[in-house]
Design a protein around this ligand. Structure first.
Ligand SMILES: *[C@@H]1O[C@H](CO)[C@@H](O)[C@H](O)[C@H]1NC(C)=O
Ligand SMILES: *[C@@H]1O[C@H](CO)[C@@H](O)[C@H](O)[C@H]1NC(C)=O
Ligand SMILES: *[C@@H]1O[C@H](CO)[C@@H](O)[C@H](O)[C@H]1NC(C)=O
Ligand SMILES: *[C@@H]1O[C@H](CO)[C@@H](O)[C@H](O)[C@H]1NC(C)=O
Length: 382
């Protein structure tokens, strides 16, 4: 028990709020010293609101709990925030809003510590390659005068933004503040050692598959379901079962028109893809969504969006990443949309990550390309 008491003491040593006592200034450095993790402080747990079922991932359970085991279990489960409490309990989160009702989770329910500290939980740490801790990401390209990730890097320092992708690889200089997520945009014509190397690049935790294979316009990868499934078995499935999380193809979920391969919509394309992808493993679904901010059908764009994202989750039963989304409208309409949907996205446990379209001048970057636009500021700070 002394060991657990000590663990708890260390954990609570660096309180930043009233529920957590400041005891010893030497300890945070020890916590920070764990490679790739940063000490964020102490946070109040919402005991009645614990929700995320992120797995009983700690070997040995409650009685073996250490900060390190908790961090490793959280990372393996795909979470970038870890915290311990009551000496034997561990929670994981992907969201910076971990004090809210839905983001705190116990891996174990047994409490071994006295009640005097029962309202505290800490430390909160975040993995490297993603100093930001939110679900929010950047869909960017190297389309700027320097031909690099400069536009995305304007978002460094906004902690709700944690990751980025550029519809391919490599990252073109994405700041290490963000986790870079490589994408296999389309179907390679043969063996693709550069893709393998991109996935094996240190720090890679998640990979994205084909970009809009369900669509037939020139900017889509336009792949019929059977061929997309064969491609997944060749290029994605070899990475299954390890620490890398694999996304399904990025499809335009609310496309009700025809798709690659026939006169069926994107949801049917996805069902055919899954039907053909025998032996495939997926860790998350990936969808796109575009619609008018005011669809003129009596609903708002936000209502459409929330309904369509919920539908994707209920259909596919996987955490959902929305790798592109935008409502079409004025800046004011888009900002109002973001103010409605961003808190909602952060509060849905089944929403893994999302990226508003896109990190370009006239979108989340100002027209001159010198910094964030008003939409970008709303996206970064709401
Ligand atoms: C705590 O969780 C409960 C149950 O989910 C919820 O009703 C409440 O609003 C949460 N409180 C806070 C402060 O998040
Ligand atoms: C496989 O995909 C093709 C279209 O590419 C589709 O016609 C067929 O029904 C799919 N098979 C399954 C089992 O879903
Ligand atoms: C998306 O939402 C709209 C508006 O509620 C609805 O008409 C449409 O069927 C939804 N599509 C999907 C794929 O959920
Ligand atoms: C673009 O640059 C011009 C000239 O410097 C300036 O007047 C304008 O405010 C800038 N616009 C944006 C969106 O930064």
């Amino acid at each position: 028990m002394e060991f657990w008491g000590l663990t708890f003491f260390l954990v609570l040593g660096f309180s930043l709020n009233a529920t957590c006592m400041t005891i010893n200034r030497a300890i945070p450095r020890a916590i920070e010293a764990r490679s790739g993790w940063t000490f964020l402080g102490c946070y109040a747990d919402n005991v009645s609101g614990r929700a995320l079922p992120n797995g009983e991932g700690v070997p040995g359970g409650t009685n073996a709990m250490t900060n390190e085991l908790c961090q490793s279990a959280c990372l393996l489960a795909g979470y970038v925030i870890a915290g311990t409490e009551y000496a034997g309990e561990c929670f994981s989160s992907t969201s910076s809003s971990f004090t809210s009702s839905s983001t705190s989770t116990k891996l174990s329910s047994s409490s071994t510590i006295s009640s005097s500290t029962s309202s505290s939980t800490s430390p909160v740490t975040t993995s490297s390659g993603g100093v930001g801790t939110g679900k929010r990401g950047l869909a960017y390209t190297d389309g700027n005068p320097d031909g690099n990730a400069a536009y995305a890097n304007f978002f460094v320092g906004y902690p709700k933004i944690s990751w980025g992708y550029d519809w391919g690889y490599p990252s073109q200089g994405l700041d290490s503040y963000f986790e870079f997520v490589p994408m296999l945009w389309g179907l390679p014509s043969g063996s693709d050692p550069s893709w393998t190397a991109a996935v094996q690049t240190a720090g890679t935790k998640n990979i994205l598959g084909f970009n809009e294979p369900d669509l037939t316009y020139s900017g889509s990868s336009n792949i019929i379901p059977a061929k997309a499934a064969a491609g997944y078995l060749t290029y994605m499935e070899p990475f299954a079962g390890g620490s890398i999380k694999i996304g399904m193809p990025n499809v335009l979920w609310n496309n009700g028109g025809s798709s690659s391969g026939g006169n069926y919509d994107s949801a049917v394309w996805t069902q055919y893809f899954l039907g053909n992808c025998t032996g495939c493993h997926f860790d998350f679904a990936a969808i796109h969504w575009y619609q008018d901010c005011d669809p003129g059908d009596g609903q708002s764009g936000a209502a459409w969006f929330q309904g369509n994202v919920t539908n994707a989750y209920e259909t596919l039963n996987l955490p959902v990443w929305i790798t592109e989304f935008q409502c079409y409208g004025s800046d004011a309409q888009q900002i109002a949309f973001l103010q409605q949907v961003l808190p909602w996205l952060d509060a849905q446990s089944y929403v893994g990550r999302y990226a508003y379209f896109g990190t370009f001048p006239g979108h989340t970057i100002n027209a001159n390309g010198t910094g964030l636009s008003d939409i970008g500021i709303a996206y970064a700070t709401t």
